[in-house]
Design a protein around this ligand. Structure first.
Ligand code: SAH
Ligand code: SF4
Ligand code: F3S
Length: 457
């Protein structure tokens, strides 16, 4: 954040340091990238760089990128075209690409995109000050070394959220799962966990700064494991984070079905400030496809996990990710995905067409053989079904009262607040005397496909 005098307001306005330069950071991809951009803002703040929201004012533009699907990369290429125009107007401007696309393409990015001055992978952000200095002298700079240890544990991220209510805290980096379709293990490296002490310190700092919600982040949070004399597993970490403050809501993502234990569910049940919402990506309802995808669970295992959630945490929100048209997928496989969706009654889903990613196991060994038209049709069927399930999930709240953490003044009306309930559904209600950061009991009177509407009690 920069105020009008050019001072950089460090972490939540606690202290002000003078800023010599300004940087503009655009973030794509997952929540982990959002948190990484905050880490980068912190690393560069020490070099005198303050965050600006105006690209036209920036001395340095950074784009934090995602490679998970082809269209994620195309979006970034489109943005680089915009930065090229900006650089034509202001030749001194520096442009850096960070994140997963930087890791995947490395030097190739400098060759293909002349506008780019520096390329930095997810484990090399501590080198950014040096890379920026080199780029400033006209030397193109690249560092894409992956690390087995880096967790940026000691870095206090500069929060770039606008509301000061809800924030992300990374607890693991990387992934060891190597699902056949997925690029993440190659762009993020091996999985490593961050020490519980640094996580708890960061969470306590957020509470002091007025935050009311944290989301613990990792590609597979259930495999969190810290060993230093004693072992801290994910359920133990979750308990410790929940104990920091009863006024702080705790969320986490993502849970891998193969690792999600009843123990985690019991910890959630025992702490009223742990939100009753689980993101449990299924990808496919067909056992044949799940095996080809190397997900390491079966449909039966997955539905058993759903039943455990329903039993231990009645009313818990469940969301998922689904891929349509993975290699060799037949109509029968697709029908199994639709039937699993109905069985699980997901409240929300992120749905994608399979996109072959270079150098993944699937790209090396399998043919991307489902025609584009068939993929699109199957995806549409999945979207249509989820639309119905999502609507039913919202209708179940009508007439009930649900606790909402107010986060923002609604984009549509200054007289309305929006926030989420424990199940992670967005709720909009008249503002009255309430403000962002407050817990509000809202009686639900209606819904749209994406949100609940109600009145504060
Ligand atoms: N770690 C999480 C997911 C990370 S990627 C997990 O294991 O569930 C987020 C989602 O992107 C995945 O769940 C998957 O549905 C989707 N995805 C990943 N690679 C993809 C690809 N090549 N094509 C289409 N969707 C993909
Ligand atoms: Fe990708 Fe699988 Fe790791 Fe998730 S668990 S990030 S889908 S490899
Ligand atoms: Fe994308 Fe990398 Fe996240 S590929 S989904 S930004 S880990």
């Amino acid at each position: 954040m920069t105020d009008k005098t050019g001072f950089h307001i460090d972490v939540n306005g606690l202290k002000a340091v003078s800023a010599a330069y300004s940087m503009y950071i655009e973030t794509y991809g997952c929540q982990m990238n959002v948190n990484d951009s905050e880490v980068v803002a912190s690393i560069l703040a020490r070099e005198g760089y303050a965050v600006t929201q105006q690209m036209e004012q920036a001395d340095l533009i950074l784009i934090n990128t995602c490679s998970v699907r082809e269209n994620a990369e195309q979006r970034v290429r489109g943005r680089l075209d915009v930065f090229r125009m900006e650089k034509k107007k202001r030749p001194g401007l520096l442009v850096g690409v960070m994140g997963c696309m930087a890791e995947r393409l490395k030097e190739q990015l400098l060759e293909e995109e002349k506008v780019v001055d520096l390329v930095v992978g997810p484990d090399a952000y501590r080198e950014l000050p040096q890379l920026v200095r080199n780029a400033g002298t006209g030397q193109k700079a690249v560092n894409v070394l992956l690390s087995r240890e880096e967790t940026y544990a000691d870095i206090c991220p500069v929060r770039m959220d606008r509301n000061g209510v809800s924030s992300f805290v990374s607890i693991t980096r990387g992934c060891n799962n190597r699902c056949a379709y997925c690029i993440v293990p190659y762009t993020r490296g091996t999985e490593r966990s961050r020490s519980p002490e640094t996580i708890l310190d960061e969470v306590a700092g957020l509470v002091t700064a007025g935050y009311r919600e944290v989301t613990l982040l990792g590609q597979n949070v259930d495999s969190y494991r810290w060993q230093n004399g004693h072992v801290v597993s994910f359920p133990r970490l979750l308990e410790k984070v929940a104990a920091v403050s009863s006024g702080l809501r705790v969320r986490f993502a993502t849970s891998h079905p193969k690792d999600m234990t009843d123990e985690v569910l019991h910890v959630m049940a025992a702490h009223s400030n742990i939100c009753k919402s689980i993101h449990l990506p299924v990808q496919s309802g067909s056992n044949r496809l799940l095996a080809l995808m190397r997900r390491r669970y079966t449909r039966e295992w997955y539905t058993d996990r759903i039943e455990a959630i329903r039993r231990i945490l009645p009313g818990c929100g469940i969301s998922t990710d689904i891929i349509a048209g993975f290699c060799t997928e037949t109509e029968a496989d697709h029908a199994e995905t639709l039937s699993l969706m109905k069985q699980a009654q997901f409240d929300h889903a992120f749905m994608f067409k399979y996109s072959e990613r270079p150098n993944t196991p699937a790209a090396a060994k399998m043919k991307d053989d489902v025609p584009e038209k068939v993929k699109s049709r199957r995806l549409q069927e999945i979207i249509n079904l989820q639309g119905r399930l999502s609507a039913e999930s919202k209708q179940r709240f009508i007439g009930k009262t649900t606790e909402v953490l107010a986060e923002n003044v609604s984009r549509k009306s200054p007289d309305e607040l929006s926030g989420r309930n424990s199940q992670n559904t967005v709720v909009v209600f008249p503002k009255k005397r309430y403000a962002p950061g407050e817990y509000v009991q809202v009686r639900i009177t209606g819904c749209t496909p994406a949100t609940l509407q109600g009145t504060a009690e």
